[in-house]
Design a protein around this ligand. Structure first.
Ligand SMILES: *Cc1c(COP(=O)(O)O)cnc(C)c1O
Length: 295
């Protein structure tokens, strides 16, 4: 069975503040897979794994990657064991978002460390889909962008996307090197952490994206007024919903940078994870929410 994605995804023009930019709608890639996780897992959708019976991974109990892997396992009829350090008791009592959907897809969630399994019936994927096999789907993404650039005669393209593990940004830069510069910003650790991630996947530094450091130190997953403000601003000005973990950082960094022209922002999906984030933001910054709701 080959599972097909809605590719190539469309590219559209938007205006944010005074800037005109393009946006690659990878959030539309599939109704069940989340944006860039679909790109990173594309390899496992397009190839056959006759020996594999089980998928094993680890990470946080709310991650987009966990949810996407649960979809993959369900489609492939594999078992799915997912290891976490910890699950919040609130989440256990009130399952929602990625966690609830992954459980519905049959995920076995296990508190503990992922064992090292040497067994060819088991497919092990690193946290967040940080795998060399991700290059398969990201080369396809790069080629979609190159085709679009050629048919619209756009040279010197500046691509921007926020990073977690950096896998998406790294492979995109590698395959699009002759056509565009990829800029990214770390959302999970700092620039040093992100650089280390790049080196784990590619030792040739010429293939690495350009890292722009955020002006402020934010803790991943925490709520910040300025994140909610920019998320609302984007919603109002573009009519698009962005993810609430990575994109608020990405947009603040991009809009504060001196990249002004020929910008393509990659919308990497992740909207299922917004259900819990939205409720938390609405409670915490009621004034902003009231204003947004009544617009
Ligand atoms: C996972 C994810 C990222 C980070 O992707 P990496 O390849 O780990 O850098 C960014 N945005 C969204 C919406 C995601 O779900």
């Amino acid at each position: 069975m080959v599972i097909s994605l809605n590719i190539p995804t469309p590219t559209q023009e938007i205006q944010v503040g005074k800037r005109n930019l393009y946006i690659k709608r990878d959030d539309l890639i599939d109704s069940d897979f989340s944006g860039n996780k679909a790109r990173k897992l594309h390899y496992y959708l397009h190839n056959q794994f006759p020996k594999v019976k089980k998928l094993v991974s680890y990470g946080s109990a709310q991650s987009n990657a966990m949810y996407s892997m649960s979809v993959l396992a369900k489609m492939r009829d594999w078992e799915f064991d997912y290891y976490v350090n910890h699950i919040a008791s609130f989440l256990i009592e009130n399952p929602h978002g990625n966690y609830a959907e992954a459980l519905k897809n049959g995920m076995n969630i296990i508190v503990g460390e992922m064992p090292n399994i040497a067994d060819d019936t088991v497919l092990q994927i690193e946290e967040g889909g940080r795998v060399a096999d991700a290059c398969y789907g990201l080369e396809i993404l790069a080629n979609e962008i190159i085709d679009w650039q050629k048919s619209n005669q756009i040279d010197n393209l500046n691509i921007f996307l926020p990073s977690g593990t950096g896998t998406t940004a790294l492979f995109l830069q590698k395959y699009i090197k002759d056509y565009a510069t990829v800029y990214t910003t770390p959302c999970v650790g700092d620039a040093t952490y992100l650089k280390e991630q790049f080196y784990m996947l590619e030792t040739n530094e010429e293939m690495h994206p350009v890292i722009i450091e955020p002006q402020k130190k934010w803790h991943f997953g925490k709520l910040y007024r300025e994140h909610y403000e920019i998320w609302i601003k984007l919603h109002k000005e573009t009519d698009l919903e962005f993810d609430m973990l990575y994109d608020p950082i990405g947009w603040q960094v991009l809009l504060g940078s001196d990249i002004k022209d020929n910008i393509l922002y990659i919308h990497q999906g992740g909207l299922l994870g917004n259900t819990s984030m939205r409720a938390r933001y609405e409670r915490k910054y009621k004034d902003l929410y009231e204003d947004f709701k009544n617009r």
